[in-house]
Design a protein around this ligand. Structure first.
Ligand code: FAD
Length: 262
């Protein structure tokens, strides 16, 4: 392990479940300016230990070479002390079983360049926002909601939908409920796909918010952001493009913004 390549320190970790983690990383360099919603790469070596409850690796990782993966930033760019991430353990993955084996004080690699087009840049402040996340796809929306400029227009309403498998996977729920109390223009909904009978909240897939018409997006008024599981992103994209939404890209600005995690 060539530790001279490491340029950042894990400063905090909070285990939400045994496969969901909020971590904070402090790079040796000043945190560059970035837009809420953007991502950065982290890296560790294949020779480093994996968490005990991980499974055998699906693919062997190349020895001696940093394994690099990209992660959406969950903290606001105003937070200059450390960068926060919300990360799921992929049991048979290359990187996450190693990342989740490290502890506060341990070193790792972080890219100096923060990038990505999944952001509010170019979205007029009067437009309403509908954020749709599965699992750790919540991270970029946390960064956006923690950055006060999202409320630059008093006209704007922001709706956040979070879909998870189990109730205990609803990270950030307390923060989001507190924001809902404090900010009348913010609504937070969650749905759980594998709940048992003790779960009092909404059950099922996040797509149901659209198919059951619990939410009726407006072409003129709303910008919609989808992030996380590619199955969800593609399914909701299909539904919304049928009703006239157009997928955003740098070249062709639209009102439907997509970020697929795999
Ligand atoms: C722009 C972007 C931003 C991302 N941001 C995040 C983030 O904020 N948090 C995060 O946890 N991941 C995020 N990812 C996914 C991340 O880059 C890795 O793919 C993931 O951590 C798995 O790495 P691995 O080496 O352990 O698994 P690999 O050995 O690379 O195996 C990849 C496989 O793991 C599965 N997988 C990948 N990501 C997830 C996930 N989040 N939950 C469940 N299964 C998954 C898929 O089946 C995928 O094919 C992001 C990906 C992209 C492209």
């Amino acid at each position: 392990v060539d530790v001279s390549q490491f340029n950042a320190t894990l400063v905090d970790r909070q285990d939400i479940t045994d496969s969901l983690f909020i971590i904070k990383i402090k790079p040796d360099f000043d945190i560059p300016d970035f837009l809420p919603g953007q991502y950065v790469a982290l890296g560790l070596f294949p020779e480093q230990p994996r968490v005990a409850h991980a499974l055998a690796e699906r693919e062997e990782c190349k020895p001696g070479k940093l394994i690099k993966r990209t992660y959406s930033i969950g903290s606001s760019p105003h937070q200059k002390e450390a960068i926060e991430f919300y990360i799921a353990l992929v049991n048979d993955g290359c990187f996450t079983p190693r990342l989740l084996a490290i502890q506060p004080g341990d070193r790792l690699w972080m890219a100096q360049k923060i990038t990505g087009t999944f952001s509010l840049e170019g979205v007029s402040p009067e437009k309403n926002l509908i954020f749709v996340a599965t699992g750790t796809g919540l991270a970029p929306f946390i960064a956006m909601l923690r950055t006060p400029s999202i409320w630059d227009s008093p006209m704007r309403h922001v709706t956040l939908l979070h879909g998870v498998r189990f109730p205990q996977d609803l990270a950030y729920a307390e923060e989001l409920r507190a924001l809902e109390k404090q900010q009348p223009n913010f609504s937070y909904f969650s749905t759980v796909s594998r709940a048992d009978s003790s779960w009092q909240g909404k059950k099922g897939y996040i797509q149901n918010f659209f198919t059951d018409k619990l939410l009726t997006p407006d072409l003129e008024r709303d910008h919609i952001f989808l992030c996380g599981n590619p199955g969800m992103v593609e399914e909701v994209e299909r539904l919304l493009t049928l009703s006239g939404f157009s997928v955003h890209s740098k070249r062709n600005p639209g009102n439907l913004h997509l970020e697929k995690y795999w």
